[in-house]
Design a protein around this ligand. Structure first.
Ligand SMILES: C[S@@+](CC[C@H](N)C(=O)[O-])C[C@H]1O[C@@H](n2cnc3c(N)ncnc32)[C@H](O)[C@@H]1O
Length: 370
């Protein structure tokens, strides 16, 4: 395996099969210290001031991240328990020339033990697991932090997939975090699809950003179940313009499901309240896919249910409203106007709430599939 000096003077290895480096060529040691140490382990120490911290590493490689964890645990006189997955372990002959012991200022014996697969002292209880991320026996809610250090998506796309991220979230404790050097938009969306809250944070030298994904724990959190009507007739869809605390917004008519009624009855009741006439609720169009945190209260997660709905009889309400009607300081709070929008020109992003945007996207997709 070929050695290569990186920009901060530390060394990395080149993997000939995948034609990738084990670390950032902008600085291997700097990447390890920033991405996994400062943004991962230090945060975990702060979150959990006592007891040992469990690190699950995906890709032990040369073991540099584990050495950084040893240094950090020693500095604060704590212990980390590390399980590192590695289906293709490197040998001491591969790792020795990197000079990691001198670089990280760790006794050479510790480095050797890590490469051999097991090391225990007062700061580190390390075990290598010789299996890949999908095959390894992992424990539910074991890890405080996941060091996600797979080769880049271009080299190993299967590592950055939804099933892998599902498994990582399952392996994390509530409130735990996964850190990775990668900042790609589609990786971020994959993590969100798996239920992570993802933040783009400043990256190591040479890389503007990195990702940190949190398994959000909200013991006080509540679901807010809402039901909406999607009324389409004559090439137009019924929308509601409302004056809300954040300004004038466009949304679907409907609202919160009340105790004792189902979403279908809620839509019929909302129609009586908002439209002043009855409706027939038809097929289910869409149920929220994403976790939509309420714009009004971040302890509430909106689960929106949109049904195709039709008016019973002709329109019996004022239906000439526009967004202009609910804009401006003079409009009283909660004022509502109803209006129609042409389905051919209405875009998901025209809706204010992400849950409505999802539902209108679903309506458009359904129409396109016909
Ligand atoms: C970017 S390197 C890791 C660098 C390492 N953390 C270090 O400090 O040197 C990626 C590692 O992931 C390993 N890997 C490949 N497939 C894997 C899988 N399915 N599960 C876990 N690790 C895997 C590779 O063998 C490689 O050692």
């Amino acid at each position: 395996m070929k050695l290569r000096e990186t920009k901060d003077g530390s060394y990395t290895l080149h993997n000939p099969e995948l034609d990738v480096f084990y670390h950032s060529v902008h600085g291997a040691w700097a990447e390890t210290q920033h991405v996994f140490g400062a943004m991962g382990l230090d945060e975990a120490f702060a979150r959990r001031p006592d007891g040992s911290i469990h690190i699950l590493e995906v890709g032990l490689g040369t073991g540099l991240n584990v050495l950084d964890a040893w240094v950090r645990a020693k500095a604060v006189n704590r212990q980390v328990i590390v399980h590192s997955l590695e289906p293709n372990p490197l040998s001491w002959a591969d790792v020795e020339p990197l000079g990691h012991a001198a670089l990280a200022q760790v006794p050479e014996e510790v480095v050797k033990n890590i490469v051999a697969g097991r090391h225990v002292d007062g700061h580190l209880d390390f075990t290598r697991i010789d299996a890949g991320v999908m095959a390894a026996a992992l424990e539910e809610e074991w890890a405080d932090v996941v060091y996600f250090d797979a080769f880049a998506p271009a080299a190993q796309p299967e590592m950055w997939s939804v099933p892998v991220m599902d498994r990582m979230r399952w392996a994390l404790k509530p409130g735990g975090q996964l850190v990775t050097y990668c900042a790609k938009g589609d990786v971020r969306r994959t993590m969100e699809e798996a239920g992570f809250q993802v933040d783009r944070i400043p990256g190591p030298p040479g890389k503007r950003e990195m990702l940190r994904a949190t398994k959000v724990a909200r013991p006080q959190g509540r679901f807010n179940v809402r039901a909406y009507m999607v009324v389409v007739q004559d090439g137009r869809v019924l929308v509601s313009y409302e004056r809300l605390p954040m300004g004038g917004v466009m949304k679907f008519p409907g609202g919160g499901v009340e105790w004792g009624e189902g979403p279908v009855a809620a839509i019929r009741r909302e129609a009586l309240e908002e439209l002043g006439q009855s409706v027939t609720v038809n097929a289910l169009l869409h149920v929220s896919r994403k976790a939509h945190i309420s714009s009004f209260d971040d302890n509430q997660q909106v689960l929106a249910i949109h049904h195709l709905t039709q008016l019973d009889g002709p329109v019996r309400f004022e239906d000439e409203g526009t967004l202009e009607d609910v804009f401006g300081k003079g409009v009283p709070m909660m004022d509502q106007k109803l209006g129609w929008r042409e389905v051919d020109t209405l875009q998901p992003q025209d809706f204010h709430f992400a849950s409505d945007r999802e539902a209108w996207g679903a309506w458009l997709a359904r129409r396109a599939a016909k």
